[in-house]
Design a protein around this ligand. Sequence first.
Ligand SMILES: CC(C)(COP(=O)(O)OP(=O)(O)OC[C@H]1O[C@@H](n2cnc3c(N)ncnc32)[C@H](O)[C@@H]1OP(=O)(O)O)[C@@H](O)C(=O)NCCC(=O)NCCS
Length: 173
Amino acid sequence: MTSTLEVKNEVCTRRGAATDGALMEEFLVGLSPRSFYLRFLTGFGPGALPRLVKHLLVPEEVGGSLLAFRDGTVVGHGMWAPAPDLSGASGDARPAAEIGIVVADAYQGQGIGSRLVDDLVGWVACRGLTEVQAVVSAENQVVRRMITGRVSDVRYTRDGPLITATAAAHSLL
Ligand SMILES: CC(C)(COP(=O)(O)OP(=O)(O)OC[C@H]1O[C@@H](n2cnc3c(N)ncnc32)[C@H](O)[C@@H]1OP(=O)(O)O)[C@@H](O)C(=O)NCCC(=O)NCCS
């Protein structure tokens, strides 16, 4: 008897690459204006899209990107990039990374964002970066709940409508 392994509705993640430009552009164009704004905190004209796509796939050539796929379609993206070192209580330098994630509107609330965060935090911790930061809109209740649900020791700084949340990478794993 032969059996066929059918993989449906499974989400898998892998690193993004410069060759994923067309898939990434399709994903970005399909985002609602609200999701796009909550992720990038600004708008981009259509002419800026290719540059944005390149940056999101190969962030500054020193960070990294992840794509989440379902049935061959990109349904989520996450990236990390080095941030300026932070200083600990005793003045020691603590290397930091900034992360950003976005999930296609129709797939939100299904655990994909949490999985991207897990994979990104694991990645930056492996690189020896001990602090993780996210810059989010103060009105972004979903992300704020995600952060407080994961870790109690979060430091917040506010700059107008934006909040930077910082936590130790190990506390997020
Ligand atoms: C933030 C975002 C990436 C979360 O991804 P997601 O796949 O929807 O998140 P998950 O399904 O893993 O859920 C994470 C938590 O948020 C909660 N959540 C998700 N969507 C929610 C919604 N619409 N309303 C209320 N809670 C929600 C989940 O219940 C879950 O809580 P739990 O950890 O206590 O179970 C996604 O909502 C998104 O793309 N938002 C727009 C872009 C953005 O805000 N990016 C973050 C800035 S860096």
